[in-house]
Design a protein around this ligand. Structure first.
Ligand SMILES: Cc1ncc(COP(=O)(O)O)c(C=O)c1O
Length: 373
């Protein structure tokens, strides 16, 4: 038996045995009578669109039936959402943005290929690339303001480079890629390298020179934009996401989309949420005003934070990050240490509703008082 297990072990793919599993944002330590706030996973603080909830409730009547074989109806809804500036054939949908990241890597990367990331970044880019046997080449964001190092990226391109991951707004830094920087990189990169432009936080971006990938899709065949229903639409739990790109590339990726993979609840929720303009607008307005509120409060407290275009702040905590996270957890507030994203010693805090933000500021004041004594 032992020999058999050894033989089997020798068949394990070495790149699948690396231990870099993704850990989601933690909940809080619940104490009796204490209100708790989860500010660790960039979820929508307003909850979910009521249109989506109603559609999901309605869909529960059909739980015994298989869902749509494909994402066709959701793609039609996306075409309408994008004012028919993109066609349904340019979209692919899957059970989350993360799944689309995985799908894209599986479609283009084979063992020994290279994938470029810029840390600090969303962990799955590296994790899923390694699962395909790729070598991950890191060109870190520039130190002072976490902007993209274009020259660094162009310098590490080889004939083995398959994908460059770009994220704007970026998780966990909140920084973004300006139109100018993006265009400059796109025109200099060889067109046989796929650029995955992850824009899952795009609704929250306010910078004038911010851009999504939409206006570049017809120009760059190698561009794939990743989106998710987990953030603005408040559907993190049902797992649904989408990407848009050139039609031919979409047709290629669609070939490896598994049938029946998106649940009926996810499909109906996503389709309905796209129509809920009021909810989307309210979400964005809330994030913008609470972002301003937190900025002012952080400044008063002397908390060091980075400017953000997303629904979270990256901060340098006043005490070691593990102690800081633990302290807030005791106060009923979950925040996220992001060492494994490549932001050593930093902490990411999701922007919440006013009540959650007040609780956070109160806890930070308490920490300040304790530190002073
Ligand atoms: C930058 C970025 N991309 C993609 C995702 C994936 O979102 P999901 O898998 O929930 O659709 C996330 C989630 O946190 C993210 O932060």
């Amino acid at each position: 038996m032992k020999t058999e297990s050894k033989t089997l072990k020798s068949l394990f793919k070495s790149y699948l045995t690396v231990k870099d599993s993704y850990k989601g944002g933690k909940g809080v330590i619940k104490k009796e009578g204490q209100k708790t706030y989860k500010l660790s996973s960039n979820e929508n603080p307003l909850g979910t669109s009521s249109l989506a909830i109603n559609a999901i409730k309605e869909a529960t009547k059909d739980l015994h039936l298989y869902p749509d074989t494909t994402d066709f109806r959701l793609r039609e809804a996306l075409e309408v959402y994008y004012n028919r500036e993109l066609t349904k054939d340019q979209f692919i949908c899957a059970a989350s943005g993360s799944e689309i990241i995985d799908l894209t890597i599986r479609a283009f990367v084979k063992e020994g290929d290279e994938v470029i990331v810029s840390t600090p970044c969303f962990v799955p880019y590296k994790m899923f690339s390694r699962w395909s046997g790729a070598n991950v080449i890191d060109v870190p964001l520039l130190e002072n303001n976490y902007s993209l190092n274009i020259e660094g990226i162009l310098n590490v391109v080889t004939e083995k480079t398959r994908i460059v991951f770009l994220t704007s707004p970026n998780n966990p830094t909140g920084s973004y890629i300006s139109k100018e920087i993006f265009e400059s990189l796109m025109v200099q990169l060889p067109t046989n390298i796929v650029v995955v432009f992850d824009e899952v936080y795009w609704h929250f971006a306010e910078a004038e020179d911010y851009t999504t990938a939409q206006s570049y899709i017809s120009r760059f065949v190698n561009l794939i934009a990743i989106n998710s229903f987990s953030k603005t639409y408040g559907l993190a739990s049902v797992r649904v996401g989408y990407a848009y790109m050139n039609e031919e590339v979409a047709a290629y990726l669609r070939q490896i989309c598994k049938p029946f993979l998106i649940t009926k609840l996810s499909l109906e929720g996503a389709i309905a949420s796209l129509k809920d303009e009021v909810f989307i607008q309210k979400t964005v307005e809330t994030i913008h005003s609470e972002k301003k509120f937190l900025k002012e409060e952080f400044n008063k407290l002397g908390i060091q934070f980075y400017p953000t275009q997303a629904n979270f702040y990256l901060i340098t905590p006043p005490i070691p990050s593990n102690e800081f996270v633990q302290f807030l957890a005791e106060e009923g507030i979950a925040v996220r240490p992001v060492d494994n994203f490549g932001a050593t010693g930093k902490v990411r805090i999701t922007i919440g509703i006013r009540e959650a933000n007040i609780a956070l500021i109160k806890a930070l004041n308490k920490l300040k008082l304790i530190s002073l004594n």
